[in-house]
Write a protein of this length. Structure first.
Length: 266
């Protein structure tokens, strides 16, 4: 495995890549799909539990894996995390040949507030507020797919107020922009979404409202709601401290969905 790290976005945060080894008999299979991981943490911190355990799973699936240490707290205002995620996808595509990444098969996965960031890029990648601050004015920043795990979505009745406060910096215009269920367009990336009905931190309505918006705009999506389960389940294993066999199904469901979209086999 090759490990690389570059700086991205206005705050030059780290994007760490774990690249599969190139095999002499691999041929075209050496050109891998990629996934960019955005851990959760209410835009206040970045969860360790939603980082390396997730990366190991996708590495085992023969993906190249990137982890984005996006800006949090006071540094999260002024669209900084979104611009960092945007820059990350642009940089991966710029280095696609050197890193053996397929530029047409790049997914973003996020948990909770990281799910909000992943959804923000999937929805707002071509928004004028993003495009006007990028040096490359094309769709090199659009994810080919997004996996959203108990995501923060809404700025309305079901908002996760701490996340929205940090990422908007208290700016009402940004708070409105980041109520993502109202921003979906036909160019939004295909999405896999899962949530638990009993999530006491980020209400399940966040995912339900997003799904309705995706349906309205005819954006491909898959939605899974589990009857029981707390917030922040991550991989739902003992390793991350939240073993939950029923919700653990999300891992295989999301993997199958993504492999199908990317026509990827192990």
């Amino acid at each position: 495995m090759r490990i690389i790290q570059i700086a991205v976005g206005p705050n030059q945060v780290p994007l760490t890549g774990y690249l599969q080894d190139i095999t002499s008999d691999g041929g075209i299979r050496n050109i891998r799909p990629s996934v960019v991981i955005c851990p959760g943490g209410a835009y206040r911190y970045r969860s360790e539990r939603e980082r390396d355990p997730v990366a190991l799973h996708f590495l085992n699936m023969s993906y190249n894996v990137f982890i984005l240490d996006y800006s949090v707290q006071e540094e999260a205002k002024n669209l900084n995390p979104l611009l960092e995620a945007s820059d990350a996808l642009i940089k991966i595509r710029e280095h696609a040949l050197a890193w053996m990444c397929d530029p047409t098969r790049i997914a973003i996965i996020g948990f909770s507030a990281g799910g909000h960031l992943a959804a923000s890029l999937a929805i707002l990648h071509n928004h004028e507020m993003v495009v006007s601050r990028q040096t490359i004015k094309d769709e090199n920043n659009r994810p080919d797919a997004a996996i959203l795990c108990y995501p923060v979505i809404s700025g309305g009745e079901y908002a996760h107020k701490e996340s929205l406060e940090w990422v908007s910096g208290g700016d009402e215009k940004l708070r409105t922009l980041f109520s993502l269920e109202n921003q979906v367009t036909a160019s939004t990336s295909p999405m896999f979404i899962w949530h638990t009905v009993t999530d006491a931190s980020v209400p399940v309505e966040n995912s339900m409202q997003l799904a309705l918006s995706l349906r309205r705009e005819q954006v491909p999506f898959e939605l899974h709601l589990f009857e029981q389960g707390s917030h922040g389940l991550s991989m739902c294993t003992q390793e991350v401290g939240t073993p939950h066999p029923a919700c653990r199904q999300w891992v295989d469901l999301a993997s199958t969905w993504l492999n199908s979209r990317f026509h990827h086999t192990l």
